[in-house]
Design a protein around this ligand. Structure first.
Ligand code: SF4
Ligand code: SF4
Length: 391
């Protein structure tokens, strides 16, 4: 096929047959009904850019940026297009052409979330903002503070433990889900397993890699893997499923397992674990990273169903919540639109507590719950919840 003097392919070299089977699985297509916001549309844009048929303009790149990297398209694609690689390569190749505000936000968020000394400072700020009366003032004055209204129990990470299971805290999860690390230690201790929280890893690398800074992300990943392989630990566990996905993609010989997956195995292997009676309606969210992080969702359901009086719900739709790949930062309105049906479900079923094991999803839920003023609803990591309900 010809366009002027330029030839271009309708079938792409990465196998896309343009069949459209992925369209109805894509969360951004669902809210927009716009072909450019679909996997097939994005592939066409990438090929247009790569073949110089399109300029890397703001209007072209915004469709590359709005993809949440949920990989729902990859799962259903009959041609097995490696969508993750296509997208991250495109983000990397055209990063220099992004709007200045996009570049500033991406670099700044990486700086703030991955440097250990800055993480400590932000943790202090977040904990202060969560204390009364500041929490109320912040919520009224600053929109972005919606994210800091942490509903997961806040606690300072206790690094004074020792054991041969190493707990990796990630970057954003180190700040916004700090108590999960302590809860992990406590659950394992009750099951006669000693563990310790790893101090000196900044990030698994996914934050930068997924937003188009492949070189920086790969460097951070190599540094993290080097720490993992020091033979200090029998096993490393990480509690942010986004990190687990990225580490699983890149792992070679490291003994890594997602913490939720490991804790569920530990609980299942010891029949002496008993839970308190809990009169609550909880809804378990299944992040898009569940499969790639190798978390058995049915095992989590089974453990929760053992808690007396607990009423367990799951969301009706299996779409991504809209948080992935820094969308809550760059395309906040999309994130709010995508998560809307889940927020409606929470309201109509009187849910008291949402459980999710990905920090980005957790922040997206917290933001929308606060925006909708249904603040009585808590958002928590399943490990924190299980720990607080173990007898
Ligand atoms: S399902 Fe796969 S082959 Fe079909 S349009 Fe989507 S990406 Fe292309
Ligand atoms: S990764 Fe998710 S958001 Fe991105 S194109 Fe595929 S289905 Fe849509």
């Amino acid at each position: 096929m010809k366009s002027g003097n330029t030839s271009y392919r309708m079938l792409d070299p990465d196998n896309c047959a343009m069949c459209g089977m992925c369209l109805n699985h894509c969360p951004t297509y669902k809210i927009s009904n716009n072909e450019s916001e679909s996997p097939r549309g994005r592939i066409s844009i990438i090929h247009g850019l790569n073949d110089s048929l399109l300029e890397p303009s703001e209007s072209a790149l915004k469709h590359i940026n709005s993809c949440t990297l949920c990989m729902a398209c990859e799962t259903v694609c009959p041609a097995k297009v490696d969508f993750y690689q296509l997208m991250t390569d495109a983000r990397n190749k055209y990063f220099k052409d992004q709007r200045i505000i996009f570049k500033i936000k991406t670099v700044l968020i990486s700086f703030l979330l991955t440097k250990n000394y800055i993480k400590r400072f932000i943790t202090l700020v977040v904990s202060t903002l969560n204390k009364k009366p500041l929490n109320k003032i912040n919520k009224k004055l600053f929109k972005f503070m919606n994210y800091t209204q942490i509903q997961d129990k806040y606690a300072k990470i206790n690094y004074n433990t020792q054991g041969n299971i190493g707990i990796f805290t990630g970057c954003a999860s180190n700040i916004f889900q700090s108590d999960v690390a302590n809860s992990c230690v406590k659950i394992l201790k009750k099951n006669n397993i000693n563990s310790e929280i790893i101090k000196n890893i900044e990030c698994c690398g996914s934050l930068n890699y997924n937003s188009g800074r492949i070189k920086k992300g790969s460097k951070q990943n190599i540094a993290a893997m080097k720490e993992f392989r020091k033979d200090k630990y029998e096993k490393i566990i990480g509690y942010a499923s986004g990190c687990s996905t990225f580490i699983n993609k890149n792992k070679k010989d490291a003994t890594y397992q997602d913490a939720t997956s490991y804790v569920l195995e530990v609980l299942a292997n010891n029949k002496n674990n008993n839970f308190k009676i809990t009169n609550k309606n909880i809804c378990i969210h299944m992040p898009c990273t569940t499969k790639s992080a190798e978390i058995d969702f049915s095992k989590l359901m089974a453990v929760l169903n053992n808690i007396p009086s607990l009423k367990v719900f799951t969301f009706e739709d299996n779409y991504c919540c809209g948080a992935g790949a820094q969308n809550i930062l760059h395309n906040n309105e999309n994130s709010i639109d995508i998560i809307k049906p889940k927020i409606e479900f929470i309201k109509s079923n009187n849910i008291d507590l949402v459980l999710t094991y990905n920090v980005g999803c957790s922040l997206n839920f917290i933001n929308s719950i606060n925006l909708k003023n249904i603040n009585k609803v808590q958002v928590m990591h399943p490990i924190t919840f299980l720990n607080s309900n173990l007898v």
